[in-house]
Design a protein around this ligand. Structure first.
Ligand SMILES: Cc1cc2nc3c(=O)[nH]c(=O)nc-3n(C[C@H](O)[C@H](O)[C@H](O)COP(=O)(O)OP(=O)(O)OC[C@H]3O[C@@H](n4cnc5c(N)ncnc54)[C@H](O)[C@@H]3O)c2cc1C
Length: 267
């Protein structure tokens, strides 16, 4: 169970030591820590690098705890310099978890959005759930976790913006084709919010329950700072996983968000 939001207000970071680092592609690394943290698929932790900053990261695995991070800015670049034996602070886990529904699920992810979906697949496969995964990336070099999903026994489809791997096009086009030809019990998505909004639209058109993990800037992770507001919800405390039904009438979803300074920005 995820913790009730405000019960976490007094959490202080716990020290975790990096056990190993694996390069997933030219800009994504997986950090495996020295011990476990009981988490469910879809939950996130707050990772603190002393003297740098603290950021939310999806849990990739909980035994031992691991996260996969893309190098895009100041925090992630500093994290990329850390190695075996270095220590960081970790709070959490926070947020709700994916609810497994039925025996034939479709998972659709872009970039490091595949990370929480991979955790969900490990749990689903233990329950003999059939998993079909659509991996989206800008180009071949950005595709991650394809072999891992295959090893877990998933049917895998890859698509890239430039056609350099798999089919050329958008994950939502493949999702739409799959949903047209087969009855899925649920759809799960994680990736850029525009992609998630399109996925919610497609899944609802096929009348299949859909769950997406929404990502917003957040500072506290447990419902205090308000940075991750989306309509009348807070992503950290009410999500990060929302159903298509919850999101269909949310005025912010796929449209606008608050940046780090609290300024409203349009996608
Ligand atoms: C619930 C949650 C889960 C998350 N899980 C993960 C995860 O599993 N792995 C992960 O790598 N990150 C994850 N993030 C994002 C992470 O918290 C940071 O935002 C990210 O690491 C960038 O921080 P930064 O300081 O390095 O870059 P910033 O200084 O915040 O950004 C630097 C520049 O990069 C751009 N940028 C920021 N993020 C991205 C991006 N994803 N792709 C392209 N450009 C970007 C910014 O617009 C800015 O121009 C998650 C965020 C949330 C809210």
């Amino acid at each position: 169970m995820s913790k009730p939001a405000l019960a976490s207000a007094f959490d202080i970071p716990d020290a975790f030591t990096i056990q190993s680092v694996r390069q997933e592609n030219y800009r994504i690394k997986t950090f495996v820590f020295d011990r476990s943290l009981p988490c469910k698929p879809g939950q996130f932790i707050m990772l603190w690098i002393p003297g740098v900053n603290e950021r939310p990261l999806s849990v990739y695995r909980s035994h031992p705890l691991s996260v996969s991070v893309a190098s895009v800015g100041q925090f992630s670049e500093k994290l990329f310099h850390l190695k075996h034996g270095d220590r960081v602070g970790i709070r959490g886990p926070y947020g709700n978890a994916f609810e497994l529904k039925g025996k034939n699920i479709l998972l659709v992810g872009g970039g490091y959005g595949l990370v929480p979906l991979s955790f969900l697949v490990t749990e689903a496969r233990k329950k003999r759930v059939r998993c079909t995964v659509v991996i989206g990336a800008r180009k071949a070099a950005d595709v991650i976790l394809e072999n891992e999903f295959k090893k877990l026994g998933c049917r895998v489809f890859v698509c890239t913006n430039d056609g350099s791997a798999g089919k050329k096009g958008l994950v939502t086009q493949i999702a739409n084709e799959l949903l047209s030809g087969e009855r899925f019990s649920a759809v799960y998505g994680c990736g850029p919010e525009k992609m998630e909004a399109a996925l919610v639209h497609v899944a609802r058109a096929h009348r299949v329950p859909v769950y997406v993990s929404v990502e917003r800037s957040m500072k506290c992770g447990f419902g205090i700072c308000g940075a991750c507001v989306i309509g009348d919800r807070l992503v950290c405390a009410h999500g990060t996983i929302f159903t298509g039904e919850e999101l269909k009438s949310n005025p912010d979803f796929g449209k606008q968000y608050l940046d780090w300074s609290g300024k409203r920005k349009r996608y």
